[in-house]
Design a protein around this ligand. Structure first.
Ligand SMILES: Nc1nc2c(ncn2[C@@H]2O[C@H](COP(=O)(O)OP(=O)(O)OP(=O)(O)O)[C@@H](O)[C@H]2O)c(=O)[nH]1
Ligand SMILES: [Mg+2]
Ligand SMILES: [Zn+2]
Length: 364
């Protein structure tokens, strides 16, 4: 039904000299690079120089993967042993991720990678009854912890008169993320997206069901690539129309757009080290405090407090650092408990699924 599409080159898919360098040992083994464009339960779709294929990880890969996060996610680069006769291609290795958007797996304490090697997270928020600033903040924290640039898209601007005010509130959160208003019914505000959409730039669309992620992607693609669904009249909630993650090549600009299913919850996934890397400026200041273990609360000669007092360090930015660090520490503690429980029960009986705990900070 659809016209045959030209296969993008791997450069058009975001292949870089750094990736080429990292790929050298795999190239020596006769493997070829490929990028994951969609995930299924036991397989994924990928694109390589030979075209688009379905693939599975090898037995050895599966044994060595360890956690769920060790398996390929949309946006990942993998090493493929290509066999033109095979029904499914075989993934032998996963390349290191430059950035990621992750959350805590809603069904456990593990990391779930929503998308990998992304340049920008478009956090799509509906300016309707579902609007919630605390939720915007959680998405911003997740994008920030994964190392990607974040842009908040205030969609459905046709339904709200206060988009500019909301953009100001988001500004005051201190993540340095831009907030753009879009009216996707009347195609207003789209020119502002151009600054973030460029050749081989990877953009993941994240947000609650019904916010308009697939609508925006269809508008950009100029075709109905993704199904969209009406929201519930009573509370503007979406009906989880998109069920899988998938990447699309935007004709013209050549950007790579990833649509994702609406998230019910987003609990931050961030290791303490990632947080420190993300907030390098604060780490650098802390290095100048007189005491190595300075808590920046009441110790003398504290560079962090001095920078806050002089305005050199933004209060909201510092507040975000503290919040994200606290979440990371809480997550670490829960993972340690889960690990201990697993070891305890491992010899007695088959491990039970950990009880679903109510998440701190509430649901989205
Ligand atoms: N009024 C208004 N409605 C919009 C706008 N953008 C999208 N919608 C509508 O919102 C509904 C949900 O849009 P989708 O694009 O399916 O939302 P989604 O974020 O992809 O939702 P999931 O796939 O369930 O996660 C559809 O009925 C759209 O027509 C907008 O700017 N204004
Ligand atoms: Mg959708
Ligand atoms: Zn200090």
């Amino acid at each position: 039904m659809t016209a045959p599409r030209a296969i993008p080159t791997i450069e058009e898919l975001g292949w870089t000299p750094e990736l080429k360098e990292a790929f050298k040992p795999f190239a020596l083994r006769g493997l070829i690079p490929a990028r994951i464009i969609a995930e299924h339960r036991m397989a994924c779709d990928l694109v390589c120089a030979r075209g688009e294929f379905t693939a599975e990880v090898s037995g050895n890969f599966r044994k060595a993967a360890g956690s769920k996060a060790g398996f390929p996610a949309v946006g990942d680069w993998v090493a493929l042993s290509f066999d033109p006769a095979a029904r499914r291609q075989t993934i032998q290795a996963l390349l290191p991720r430059r950035t990621r958007l992750s959350r805590k797996d809603p069904g456990g304490e593990d990391e779930q990678v929503i998308a990998a090697n992304i340049d920008t997270v478009f956090i799509v928020i509906g300016l309707d009854a579902t609007y919630n600033l605390a939720r915007v903040e959680r998405y911003l924290a997740a994008a920030c912890a994964g190392g990607a640039e974040a842009v908040v898209i205030l969609n459905k601007a046709d339904l709200a008169a206060d988009a500019a005010l909301k953009a100001k509130e988001i500004d005051a959160l201190g993540f340095g993320a831009k907030a753009l208003a879009l009216d996707s019914l009347n195609m207003k505000g789209y020119e502002a997206l151009a600054a973030h959409i460029g050749p081989a730039r990877t953009i993941v669309f994240a947000g609650s069901s019904g916010a308009g992620k697939s609508t925006i992607i269809n508008n950009l693609l100029g075709r109905s690539a993704q199904l969209t669904g009406k929201v519930r009249e009573a509370d503007s909630k979406g009906r989880h129309t998109t069920t899988g993650r998938r990447m699309f090549v935007l004709p013209g600009s050549g950007a790579l757009l990833i649509d994702t299913p609406g998230m019910r919850g987003l609990e931050l996934w961030a290791g303490e080290q990632t947080v420190d890397e993300t907030f390098e400026d604060i780490q650098a200041l802390a290095g100048q405090c007189r005491f190595d273990n300075c808590s920046h609360s009441n110790e003398p000669s504290c560079a962090v407090r001095e920078a806050l007092a002089s305005g050199k360090l933004d209060r909201a930015h510092y507040g975000n650092y503290l919040k994200i660090r606290k979440e990371a520490a809480g997550l670490k503690a829960r993972m340690e408990i889960a690990e201990r429980l697993k070891n305890k029960t491992a010899n007695k009986r088959p491990p039970e699924k950990p009880k679903d705990t109510f998440r701190r900070g509430g649901r989205l």
